[in-house]
Each structure stands twice: as C-alpha cells, then as structure tokens.
Design a binder for this molecule. Structure first.
Ligand SMILES: Nc1nc2c(ncn2[C@@H]2O[C@H](COP(=O)(O)OP(=O)(O)OP(=O)(O)O)[C@@H](O)[C@H]2O)c(=O)[nH]1
Length: 397
C-alpha cells in the first residue's frame, strides 16, 4: 500500500514538473530593449509643427503648385530728353533793359541831384548839398570834390541854365568820372590755340558763384564755348550750383571732391578746356579765407598751377555794391594778392549807392566790366559809362 502511495506522489511530481516546463517560457521576463538612440528620442520629443504631425514629413510635402504667373511687364525704358539748353539774352542791350533796376540810385543820384540843381539859385549851400548827396551815394570824397568843382565851373560859364541843361552838365561830369574810354571787354578769346583763362575771385557772399554762372551765359551769348572749373571746394553746394548754371547753357563743369585742392581742380579745368578746344575756361575760386596770408597762399597757388598751361588772361573781382566802403577795402586786399584786371559789381539793384562804381574805379584803377542788377540769370550786364549815367539821370530818370 505504501509503495502505491509513493508511486502516486512520484507520478504527481512528474506531471506537475512537466506542466510547469511547458508553461514557464510564456511568463519568463523579456530581456530589456536596446536603448533608443538619443537623437531619435529628442526628435520625438520635439514639438512637431502641425503639418509634420498630421502630414508627411515637411521635406516631402509639396506645396500646391502655384498658378503660373504671367511675367511682369518690363518697365518702359526711361528715355531722358536731352537737357533743353537755354539761349541767354544777347548782352548788348541788357543795361538798357535793366535800367529800372537802378531805381534806388536813380532816386538819389538822379532825382535828388536834379532837384537840387533845379533850384532858382545855385548858391554855396546848394553846392554843399550836391556834394553831400554824391558822397552819400558812395562816389567817394575825392571824386565828389572834382565832380562838383567842374560842374560849378560849367554852370558859371554857362550863366543861367535850364534844368535840362544842368542835367546834361551833370551827366557829362558823371560820365567823365567813370572814364568811359577804359577797355571793358573781357579777355575771353582763345590765344595761341588755347582757351582764354578767366579767374573769378571775391569774398563769399558777394555773389561770386552766381556771377560765375551769369558770366558763362554772357560768354555763351557772345558766341563763346565755355568750360567752368569749380575751384571753390570748401562748399559742395558751390560746385552743385555751378553745375546747374553750366548745364543750362551747355558749359561743362569740372569739379573735385569736397575739400579737394582748389589748385588741382583749376588745373584740371584748364586741361579739360584745352582738350575740348573751347574758347574760354572760367574758374570759380574760394573766398572764405579769414586772413590775408591764407588768401595769398591759396589764390597764388591756384594762379601758379593754372599758369603751367599758360598765362591767366583775366582776373575778375566780384564786389557786392551794397557793402560800400568795406567792399573797397576787400578789393584792395585782393588786388595785392592777384593781378585783378576787371571788377564785377553785383547787387547794384539793391542799393541807393550806385556811385560806388566811380569810387571803385578811382580807388583801384581797374575798370568795372560788368554789373549785376538782379537775381535773374541774365541780370548781369556789360558796363557802359554812358548807358549807366543815362539810366541814372536820363530824361525819364
Ligand atoms: N539782387 C541781387 N542779388 C544777387 C546779385 N548777384 C548775386 N545775388 C545773390 O546773392 C546771393 C549770394 O550769391 P552766391 O553766388 O551764392 O554768393 P557767393 O559769393 O558765391 O557765395 P559762396 O558761394 O558762399 O562763396 C544769391 O542769393 C544771389 O542770387 C545781383 O546782382 N542782385
């Protein structure tokens, strides 16, 4: 009996063992998975843009084909019309046209003097008043004394004179004081196959750059071809201003960078003038130098350098007529520095002191060649003593 129990237990153990052997592998622990490569993990952690999450990867997402656009029409080529060149007014009758611009001086020198001379009695007091009027009009003391002495003498010899006769006498004395026979032509004609060279000097504010532009127009009106040199290199606007003036009448302007050596710009301008075969080279210089030494150095250098091409034919001094006696002092400084051959008096329309023309010529011994009578491009007239006096004391003055 006992052997049956042992046999039964052994059999039970065998059955249980076999059963366990069959089912145990199913519950055996799985080996751990190899770690996921970090990059993959990070990529997975990144918040994905919605399109990537819901759609295929961005790289393969194709944008819906754009509608084929018609090519934009090419911009119409900008055809620049050649600059419309102006024809400057002929110079001959400009002073006559501009005579009304002398109205301030006409009131003093013309109407004022004529009223005095029309008095019944020309006594000493009247002559004193005539003197004061002339001095007040900037004629200058010495010239005034001479003019009045001669006028008194004429009146004395003539005896009683009508107002018209006295007007004639006054006009004759003023013309004589203006030395009508001085050569006032501009030396602007080529010599020895090279252009005439004109230097334009003067303090800034006198109207130098503007007048340079106006002189170019005078020269063009008289049939010259012109190159201008913007040797006032202190102020960029001066070169710009000159370029505008030149462009209007077809005069080329040579300019350097702001602050360039004025002498080198002047040299280049003359060279350009020679190469281009023009009649005249007009050079605008700087005038804002505070002391005489600086002025001497710079103007002297400009002249020396320009003269490597040949002599300067004309040096024009620009003077503001409204500065009166101060202008005369400036003028004296310039004449010590450069050989001034002609004066341009600007802004005569803005002063009652037209007598400055007489004073300038007497003091400097240099002819006034042109006068500025306004801001218009052709408001610069060749000076003529008789026309000028006629404008001041003429019949309709
Ligand atoms: N009424 C009047 N104004 C003038 C005349 N000439 C020049 N001007 C004016 O004077 C002002 C000064 O002229 P600019 O040519 O700029 O003077 P500038 O001497 O060249 O001065 P910078 O270039 O600074 O050296 C301008 O407004 C001109 O229009 C003139 O005859 N009559």
């Amino acid at each position: 009996m006992e052997s049956y129990i042992v046999f039964g237990l052994v059999l039970l153990v065998i059955v249980i063992g076999a059963t366990l052997a069959l089912i145990a592998p199913r519950y055996r622990k799985r080996p751990p998975l190899p770690p996921t490569p970090p990059s993959v993990t990070k990529e997975a952690e990144k918040p994905q843009p919605p399109t990537v999450v819901t759609e295929a990867p961005a790289s393969v997402v194709e944008a819906p084909p754009k509608p084929v656009e018609a090519p934009a029409p090419a911009p119409a080529p900008v055809v620049e019309a050649p600059p419309q060149l102006e024809t400057p007014e002929p110079t001959q009758n400009r002073l006559t046209r501009l005579r009304a611009r002398l109205s301030r001086s006409q009131n003093v020198l013309g109407k004022g003097l004529l009223a005095l001379l029309s008095r019944d009695k020309l006594d000493d007091d009247t002559w004193d008043e005539v003197e004061e009027t002339l001095i007040g009009a900037d004629v200058g003391v010495q010239a005034t004394t001479e003019i009045v002495a001669k006028l008194r003498e004429r009146a004395r010899i003539h005896g009683t004179a009508t107002a018209a006769e006295l007007r004639g006498m006054l006009a004759a004395e003023l013309v004589a004081a203006l030395q009508p026979d001085l050569d006032r032509s501009l030396a602007a004609t080529p010599r020895d196959g090279r252009p005439a060279v004109l230097l334009v000097v003067g303090v800034n504010g006198a109207g130098k750059t503007t007048t340079c532009g106006k002189i170019a127009r005078v020269l063009v009106a008289d049939g010259h071809t012109v190159v201008m040199g913007a040797a006032d290199t202190f102020r960029a606007a001066a070169a710009e201003q000159l370029a505008t003036w030149g462009g209007r009448v077809g005069a080329e302007v040579v300019r350097g960078p702001e602050g360039a050596d004025p002498a080198s710009v002047a040299f280049d301008a003359v060279k350009r003038g020679i190469d281009a075969g023009v009649d005249t080279v007009l050079i605008d210089t700087a005038g804002r130098l505070q002391n005489k030494v600086g002025l001497m150095d710079e103007l002297g250098k400009v002249k020396r350098v320009v003269e490597k091409h040949g002599p300067v034919d004309e040096t024009l001094l620009i003077l503001d007529a409204t500065t009166g006696q101060n202008g005369l002092e400036q003028a004296r400084v310039f004449t010590e520095v450069v050989d001034v051959t002609g004066v341009v008096l600007t802004k005569l329309d803005g002063t009652a002191k037209g007598g400055i023309v007489i004073a300038v010529q007497r003091k400097l011994g240099i002819p006034v060649k042109l006068v500025g009578l306004g801001e218009g491009p052709d408001d610069l007239a060749p000076f003529d003593a008789r026309q000028f006096v006629d404008a001041l004391v003429g019949a309709d003055a």
